[in-house]
Design a protein around this ligand. Structure first.
Ligand code: NAD
Ligand code: MG
Length: 381
């Protein structure tokens, strides 16, 4: 029986994790759940999964939940309790499904305890990949990716030698604007941008998919997870999202992992690796899918993707600046404060003006995230 702590249980990945856990009551026990504020959903989750404790980062929501559920479980509140959950509570696997930079610190706490981290929060590796890798080695921790592309690559690499990898091929659906002319980006609405053709995800990652920043973040994530230079990472548009990603080896062989676009499988794999467990999830019916297509991405149209390739070459805190500026820009777009086409402009501005630090320590990363947000606020964004 593995004890699981789920950070971000009210989100798209959090809910899907519980959909997996529900299927294997004799394999997993949910010991803790955390959310930012959606206490109605959390209350249902508490009643079904009976965790020992929950953390609600929003303090007034935590009080409200406490009065609703009495002593069904410990209700803790605030960011410090979130960190303490990761650093002190008893669990085997941390499922990291908080969105954005906020996911970094609790993940680091779990790494320092040598835990298995089933990592959905790609931003952790984007902003601090090098530091994370050092800590994972030092503390004998384990990061198993939940992101479907990285899970696919992870699966393709089982039994293989990393030195024999020629390149990683990350597939990208291309998002809702794959076939839209760039001149129309000026006027796309939030609803159009949120309407992903293949995946139902949280707002931030949905907008990231529309700008293709998501694929950019995933290139950086893959670089740190698999220790390969970006020149060995290629992005290919594959609109059906059936091939989740591929690995090409030095002899020219390509291995791929296929499946329906459903996060339950990569989540399950990250929880059970190296085992595979029988499940009843819907199977891929290839004749029904009929055709799989592949195209080169358009870097001029999707500038965010280009910027992500650039920051990893620059190194230092550049990926952290990119990430923070992107989080600010996406939030502003969702709140209708800027246009879709301004997202990449705002990120460019931050990359241009916020000072880059080479070889940053973790304090420098936190400082850089804060400085970037302040810069954009001061610059009137
Ligand atoms: P979401 O917005 O649906 O959920 C985010 C969760 O994080 C919620 O539970 C929320 O309460 C919590 N949260 C948000 N801000 C917080 C804060 N400041 N402190 C503590 N908790 C906070 O997001 P999601 O779509 O589930 O994505 C989660 C992560 O997984 C992201 O990093 C995303 O890129 C990654 N991911 C998601 C998908 C997907 O299919 N949704 C696929 C691959 C990777
Ligand atoms: Mg992905």
């Amino acid at each position: 029986m593995k004890k699981i702590l789920i950070l971000g249980s009210s989100g798209s990945i959090g809910v899907n994790t519980l959909n997996v856990v529900r299927k294997f009551p004799d394999k997993f026990k949910v010991v803790g759940l955390t959310v930012n504020s959606r206490i109605e959903l959390l209350e249902q989750q508490i009643k079904e999964f009976r965790p020992e404790f929950v953390v609600v980062t929003n303090e007034s929501k935590a009080r409200e939940l406490k009065s609703n559920i009495g002593n069904l479980c410990d209700v803790l509140s605030g960011n410090d309790e979130l960190l303490k959950a990761a650093s002190e509570r008893d669990y085997d696997i941390l499922l990291g499904a908080i969105v954005g930079f906020a996911g970094l610190q609790p993940t680091l706490e779990a790494i320092k305890r040598g835990k298995r981290i089933a990592l959905a929060n790609k931003e952790t590796l984007v902003v601090a990949g090098e530091i994370v890798n050092k800590l994972v080695l030092e503390h004998n921790a384990e990061i198993i990716p939940v992101d479907s592309e990285h899970s696919a690559i992870y699966q393709c690499l089982v039994g293989e030698n990393l030195n024999e990898v020629e390149k990683l091929i990350l597939t990208a659906s291309g998002g809702p604007f794959l076939n839209k002319d760039k001149s129309l980006f000026e006027n796309v609405t939030v609803d159009e941008a949120l309407n992903h053709p293949n995946w139902k995800m949280g707002n931030k990652v949905s907008i990231d998919s529309a700008t293709m920043m998501n694929k950019g973040l995933e290139v950086i994530e893959a670089h740190w997870l698999f220790g390969l230079p970006v020149k060995k990472i290629e992005v290919v548009i594959h609109p059906q999202s059936i091939i989740h990603s591929m690995v090409q080896f030095v002899d020219g062989a390509i291995k791929a992992q296929l499946g329906l676009p459903d996060m339950k499988l990569p989540i399950q794999y990250a929880l059970t690796f190296p085992e595979r467990l029988q499940n009843d999830f819907k199977r891929t019916d290839l004749p029904v899918i009929n055709a799989l297509n592949f195209f080169k991405p358009d870097f001029d149209k999707f500038e965010c993707l280009k910027l992500a390739f650039e920051v990893i070459k620059v190194g230092g805190t550049a990926p952290c600046i990119l990430n923070a500026a992107n989080e600010v820009a996406v939030e502003k777009f969702i709140n209708k404060k800027i246009k879709f086409s301004q997202i990449s402009q705002l990120i460019n501005k931050a990359l241009d003006k916020v000072e880059n630090h080479s070889d940053p320590d973790i304090e420098t990363i936190f400082e850089c995230d804060k400085k970037t947000r302040e810069f954009l606020m001061d610059a009137g964004f």
